[in-house]
Design a protein around this ligand. Structure first.
Ligand code: 4AD
Ligand code: MG
Length: 446
């Protein structure tokens, strides 16, 4: 039978077993005329294959190239002391054949890009870069982390829903919408599934989704994508404090699952210095952040980058000062109670201070904001005033507004940027490293 490489580890005990495997030529090395080592890759693992004598003297062997697909038959053997091979064993090949040969010469895989290549070359060659060790590891960890998020939610009684991407409502402001035509009607690509999750709560209780969100962000930063994977949750009958507790639990629980689960070795290889954040996270109010910036002499800048004076209550805290503060404090921060004017139409005001809202951003060292969340206005008149303040036409929102008539309820939720979470957890420079095919300003959608 054909084996997956990951299963061969168990087979090594039974060395007389002859196996057949298929995969891609990951590395290739010849030693003299009668010995060739091929490291085979199949996504589940790596296997060093040893081709002796005649097997490495055929035309196919002499012209074999990296990333060709081959099929090999042979017997597993533990590698001799002092020699290394993936997982400590190798396959002594007795028969092999080419399934498909990749180009050699100038077009050879190894000539397409290297670690020194410009980022734009790496993005043009993304379909090949994916096969490279670091990218493969990131994608495997991404899969494990999405699984850990799902485990967290399922084990805590949430249902998963799949909201639509084609919508007629904005959630986070009109300036970052991607517009499109939907059978002759104006529509957008979704910025957030929040409104749909809110609609699902009365049917399903606690809900979550892992869905693409789209933002036409015309800025090239290390944390902005035009399409990103948005993990969102919505919870009925919770208080603002309970929302903060749930967020803290989500992050520490998922980190725990990754740092103790089956991918822990791969994870620590990627981020050897990682120190898991402990509960409780530092809680800081927006006014305290403004004070922090003032005390540290951080000044507000205009669009041309000129310093224009100290931050004041009501100012948006842009990416650079937010990062500076988070990196200086160097621990997760739950930044709470943003002024209503700089937040979305759906956020309720705090009972102790009418100027600010029951809102939270989670800031992580190295990345900054990875989560945005809040309680939701659940009173009909207050919601109508929210639309008005943001100059939103309420008509396409009729189904959302209606929920404030049919059994309204206090509730809250949040959205976590999966790529930003990964950039933080894996200590990566840019969110695009965490995507299969990143979409961001200045790049075509190849
Ligand atoms: O803070 P945001 O805009 O909040 C919302 O969309 C809420 N409606 C979510 C909710 O309450 N259900 O976005 C949430 C998170 C951000 O904290 C950030 O991690 C990520 O989404 N995000 C982006 N990630 C990559 N590229 C972008 N352009 C992003 N914009 C937001
Ligand atoms: Mg935000």
């Amino acid at each position: 039978p054909q084996a997956k490489l990951i299963k061969l580890r168990d087979t090594v005990a039974n060395r007389s077993h002859r196996v057949r495997v298929k995969g891609w030529v990951h590395r290739l090395r010849t030693q003299g005329k009668s010995l060739m080592f091929v490291v085979l890759r199949d996504g589940t693992g790596f296997l060093q294959c040893v081709l002796n004598d005649k097997l490495c003297q055929t035309y196919d062997a002499i012209t074999l190239t990296r990333e060709s697909t081959i099929e090999v038959f042979g017997t597993l053997k533990l590698v001799p002391e002092g020699k290394t091979a993936p997982d400590g064993h190798e396959l002594i090949v007795d028969y092999w054949k080419v399934i498909h040969k990749a180009p050699g010469g100038l077009d050879a895989f190894e000539n397409k890009f290297n670690t020194e290549s410009d980022p734009s070359v790496l993005l043009d060659q993304r379909h090949l870069v994916l096969r490279e060790d670091k990218t493969t590891k990131i994608l495997k960890l991404r899969s494990a982390i999405l699984f850990a998020f799902r485990q967290h939610f399922f084990e805590n009684g949430y249902f998963e829903v799949t909201p639509p991407c084609l919508v007629q409502t904005q959630v986070e402001g009109g300036s970052t919408l991607f517009h499109l035509q939907y059978y002759g009607q104006p529509a957008y690509l979704t910025q957030s599934s929040q409104l749909y999750l809110e609609a699902a709560c009365p049917a399903l209780g606690d809900v979550f989704c892992i869905q693409e969100s789209f933002r036409a962000e015309k800025s090239s930063t290390r944390r902005h994508l035009s399409e990103y994977t948005h993990l969102e949750a919505e919870c009925p009958f919770i208080s603002f404090d309970q929302l903060l507790d749930r967020l803290e639990f989500l992050i520490t629980d998922v980190v725990d699952r990754i740092t103790t689960g089956p991918f822990k070795e791969m994870f620590y290889e990627m981020n050897p210095g990682f120190v898991a954040p402990k509960k409780p996270f530092r809680r800081m109010r927006y006014v305290e952040a403004i004070q922090w910036l003032n005390e540290h002499g951080v000044l507000k800048k205009d669009d041309d980058g000129n310093e224009v004076g100290p931050f004041e209550f009501g100012d948006d805290i842009p990416e650079a000062p937010e990062r500076l503060m988070t990196d200086t404090i160097n621990e997760p921060i739950m930044l709470c109670e943003f002024p209503a004017e700089i937040k979305s139409f759906y956020m309720p005001r705090c009972s102790h201070d009418n100027r600010v809202t029951e809102s939270v951003d989670i800031l992580m060292p190295g990345v900054g904001e990875i989560v945005g969340g809040s309680m939701r206005i659940w009173d009909l008149q207050e919601l109508m005033a929210g639309y008005k303040r943001e100059e939103i036409d309420p008509s396409p929102y009729y189904w959302f507004t209606d929920q404030r008539k049919y059994g309204s309820y206090p509730h809250g939720g949040y959205g976590l940027g999966v790529e930003r979470f990964l950039a933080w957890l894996l200590n990566l420079d840019h969110v695009r490293e965490t995507c299969l095919f990143p979409r961001h300003y200045g790049r075509p959608c190849q």
